[in-house]
Design a protein around this ligand. Structure first.
Ligand code: GSH
Length: 229
């Protein structure tokens, strides 16, 4: 059986993506949880990943680190797992926006770190110009996907896809920090929050005992010891 190494549910958005992918794909796995940034974090994660980050998938002697690599690896063995849209055009678009998320939106990741159990209204004047620009880009991106490919459904490309997984933590950040979005995007945020698996993850996050003050107190990214995403 696969083993998935994740960090704290409250704080780790990349853990959430890999977990959601396996869970929504109905693929059984065991979970190994290593809380971020304890005194033993580096030593513990180094036992599993050369990259020193979560998520990590352990598959019978094969180690896969990085969320996208995990999804690709698992999909080779489980072609029915959550995947990409069927049409070439939609698939190209879904891959592009997913890669855009994977490699970008750094100001959002830094200034609005995942903190599922918190509720903290952030006004526009508390955010940098880059962060505001990236929020606008997300709004355009989700609206465009839903208008072009979403049909009458609630997801970005009609069927629930890897693109929805990639943007799930962003939708949850918008809830945490009360970031207003346009109508099509709000529907996507509500769809994400309506997923039973996401609610299960959040419920478990609420009862985690660890607290990372540099996230809870919104310490500027430059002073933060971790790359969160
Ligand atoms: N590109 C990686 C990002 C992984 C990542 O940054 N994970 C964070 C937690 S959400 C982490 O392990 N940070 C620990 C560190 O930076 O030391 C992926 O897609 O899996």
């Amino acid at each position: 059986m696969y083993k998935l190494v994740i960090a704290n549910r409250n704080y780790s958005s990349w853990s959430l993506r890999a977990w959601l992918f396996l869970t929504e794909s109905n693929i059984p796995f065991e979970e190994i949880r290593i809380p971020l940034f304890t005194a033993r974090w580096q030593e513990e994660i180094a036992r599993f990943s050369p990259g020193g980050r979560v998520p990590v998938l352990l598959d019978e002697g094969i180690t896969v680190w990085d969320s996208i690599a995990i999804m690709e690896h698992v999909r080779e063995q489980h072609p029915d797992a959550v995947g990409w849209p069927v049409s070439d055009r939609a698939r190209a678009h879904a891959r592009s926006v997913s890669a855009e998320m994977h490699s970008g939106f750094l100001a959002i990741r830094d200034e609005l770190p995942q903190n599922l159990r918190a509720r903290r209204k952030m006004d526009a004047n508390q955010l940098s110009a880059s962060c505001t620009k990236q929020i606008t880009r997300i709004d355009e991106l989700w609206t465009d996907c839903r208008k072009q490919y979403g049909g009458s459904g609630k997801w970005l490309f009609g069927e629930f896809s890897i693109a929805d997984i990639m943007f799930t933590p962003v939708a949850l950040r918008f809830v945490t920090y009360s970031i207003p979005v346009s109508g099509h995007c709000q529907e996507f945020v509500e769809a994400v929050c309506g997923l039973e698996s996401v609610q299960r993850w959040i419920d478990a996050a609420r009862v985690e005992s660890e607290s990372l003050p540099f996230i809870d107190d919104l310490v500027p990214a430059a002073d933060s010891p971790l790359t969160l995403g």
